[in-house]
Design a protein around this ligand. Structure first.
Ligand SMILES: [Zn+2]
Length: 391
């Protein structure tokens, strides 16, 4: 992961980059911030930067506050491995549970860890434990794990200058953490410990006194809004509402955005079913238009239409590039496959044009009930003409 793909935290990125330029990389740091601030991402990006073969130091322009120039290259063999979390000199330690494996260590769950980090680098410990645990057990970092870290520190680095150990959630180390004290205080040369923590009060004092604490501030509302709007396709109004609720926690913001995406999916699929069959579960097109008019604000109506447009784009991706690249849920995939089987290229283009026109008119204060009714009648004719079967 490169620094550039992390939301905000510009002055902190600069601070880490400058520590390398000034040859003052601390041997043990703790990135301390609230959940969803991006501290785990920062740790991963710093590890990649330390071992990048072509890292860019960058100019400290604008006092390093608003602008970030330095970064790892993202292309050298070290970066490629770091991006996939398979670099042999970057080690990850995180809480695990003993339901599936007796005496488990982080390495036993490395595949899941890589997958979950790629999915959402802002995840919290509950999200992580849910992916590896079926039995409601709490995760922890065991004494065996600590001994494993010490054993691993005895080896030379495989291919890079720095050996990096990222310990996520040291709160769950318990008193076993004392096993690590000597290593934290005097690690072998070119070893860097990066602890990533949420809550200082739950960490052993003996550990706190041996690391350099770097506070990671909460994300600003405008950073969350920008990200939701531009990268997650959330409407402006909704992005503002979400940012207000989450108080700088991007993990929470993603979850709320996902819920509204799920709502759009359900509502849009209901719309299509009604268009095709005349009614679905007793609801007619008139009922649907009434519901949209009373339940959704204008921004959410636009969100629903944009969802329809995004779905059509994915229908094209599915047909021309393939399933692997199409971002579709199970229900959407079924629908998209049917559409591709039954609708001509021209019909699909007609749908897109009509959805775009509807968005345009909605923004100019068209009557929503009439607008959705017109769109429904149009889709109804087009789908029936082509006999799309909706399951
Ligand atoms: Zn590189």
């Amino acid at each position: 992961m490169q620094f550039s793909s992390i939301i905000g935290q510009e002055s902190l990125k600069q601070q880490l980059i400058q520590s390398v330029a000034n040859k003052r990389v601390p041997h043990a740091i703790m990135l301390l911030g609230q959940e969803g601030s991006g501290h785990l991402s920062l740790a991963v990006a710093f590890a990649q930067y330390l071992n990048c073969e072509n890292r860019v130091v960058g100019e400290n322009t604008n006092n390093g506050v608003d602008r970030m120039d330095g970064d790892s290259c993202g292309e050298c063999s070290s970066c490629v491995k770091s991006e996939k979390l398979i670099h042999p000199d970057i080690h990850f330690v995180y809480p695990v549970t003993s339901t599936k494996i007796k005496k488990p260590k982080s390495a036993d769950f490395i595949q899941e860890w890589r997958k979950e980090f790629a999915n959402n680098p802002y995840q919290n410990v509950q999200d992580w434990i849910e992916t590896i645990e079926s039995d409601n057990k709490q995760g922890n970092i065991s004494a065996d794990e600590c001994r494993e870290i010490i054993r691993m520190l005895n080896f030379k680095t495989f291919e890079s200058i720095y050996k990096v150990v990222i310990i996520w959630m040291p709160e769950l180390l318990g008193k076993e953490g004392n096993i690590l004290l000597k290593s934290l205080e005097e690690p072998p040369d070119n070893t860097v410990f990066i602890l990533v923590a949420n809550n200082e009060e739950q960490i052993l004092n003996t550990i706190l006194s041996r690391v350099q604490i770097i506070k990671v501030p909460r994300l600003k509302d405008e950073e969350i809004i920008f990200q939701l709007e531009n990268k997650q396709g959330v409407t402006v109004k909704e992005a503002h509402a979400i940012a207000r609720q989450v108080d700088g926690n991007f993990n929470e913001a993603l979850k709320l955005a996902k819920n509204s995406e799920d709502d759009n999916e359900k509502l849009y699929l209901l719309f299509l079913r009604i268009c095709l069959k005349g009614s679905h579960e007793g609801k007619t097109l008139i009922d649907f238009c009434e519901k949209v008019n009373t339940d959704l604000g204008r921004e959410n109506m636009k969100g629903l239409l944009r969802y329809g447009l995004d779905l059509m784009r994915e229908v094209f991706v599915l047909e021309h590039i393939g399933e692997a690249k199409a971002r579709l849920t199970e229900n959407e995939l079924k629908l998209a496959q049917y559409m591709n089987q039954r609708l001509s290229f021209q019909s699909k283009e007609e749908i897109i044009k009509r959805l775009e026109e509807s968005c345009f008119h909605l923004e100019r204060n068209a009557n929503p009930k009439i607008l959705f009714m017109n769109l429904g009648i149009f889709l109804s004719h087009l789908l029936k003409r082509n006999e799309v079967v909706l399951t």
